[in-house]
Design a protein around this ligand. Structure first.
Ligand SMILES: C[S@@+](CC[C@H](N)C(=O)[O-])C[C@H]1O[C@@H](n2cnc3c(N)ncnc32)[C@H](O)[C@@H]1O
Length: 203
């Protein structure tokens, strides 16, 4: 893994956060359960990749839903993956990779790629989505939950106090790569920010 300043910052940030991540993210990373439930209603993937799987919360749920699928979680933070390993060690169909996902990534292709609050941390969303596209099987699906928009300056300052987080998602870029299958936007804390659930299919 060749490390840019950006990925080194992420690694440092999540090193401090890994132990408390599962407790405090419940209060602001909304929509994750809802997206997994929606995926279950729409799709029957045999191979799944979560990019930026963190502590593995989504992988546990995906494994319950798809016990016979091959599930891969990839994350650049070994501290986050250490927490994920405790949850996932017993599941033989789940594997974890400690690496950065970027334009130099070459993995096999997947039926479903999930990003849960990962896209908001990447420096170049267009390049990232193009690499996601390359890793999808024909007619494969991309599912994403993330911040959608916020006009609240105090929230934007707080969320980016340690690493830069995009709070306004460049939705138009999704249309360059995927056909929309499911899209919903919800308000958090009365509209301090909005978040979205999205499922698209490779064009
Ligand atoms: C906000 S956390 C989300 C974790 C998990 N998906 C969840 O919903 O709880 C973002 C994760 O993405 C990882 N990450 C960010 N950019 C990445 C990249 N380019 N390649 C691999 N992991 C990345 C970070 O290390 C971090 O664990």
């Amino acid at each position: 893994m060749s490390k840019s300043n950006h990925s080194n910052n992420l690694i440092r940030h999540y090193k401090k956060d890994a132990e408390i991540y599962d407790i405090n993210r419940r209060f602001f990373l909304f929509g994750r359960n809802r997206l997994i439930k929606t995926i279950g209603e729409y799709l029957k993937p045999t191979s799944i990749l979560e990019i930026g799987c963190g502590t593995g919360v989504n992988l546990v749920k995906l494994n319950h839903m798809y016990p016979n699928s091959k599930i891969t979680g990839l994350d650049l933070s070994k501290d986050m993956l250490k927490v994920a390993t405790i949850k996932l060690d017993k599941f033989k169909n789940v594997s974890l990779i400690n690496d950065i996902f970027d334009q130099n990534t070459y993995l096999t292709k997947f039926d479903l790629i999930l990003c849960s609050y990962t896209v908001s941390t990447v420096p170049n969303v267009s390049v990232f989505l193009s690499t996601v596209y390359q890793h999808l099987a024909d007619h494969g699906h991309f599912a994403c939950v993330d911040f959608y928009s916020s006009g609240n300056a105090a929230f934007k300052r707080w969320i980016s106090h340690s690493i830069p987080i995009h709070t306004n998602f460049p939705e138009h870029l999704l249309k360059d790569f995927f056909t929309f299958k499911h899209f919903e936007v919800k308000r958090a804390y009365g509209g301090v920010w909005k978040y979205f659930n999205y499922i698209g299919q490779k064009q």
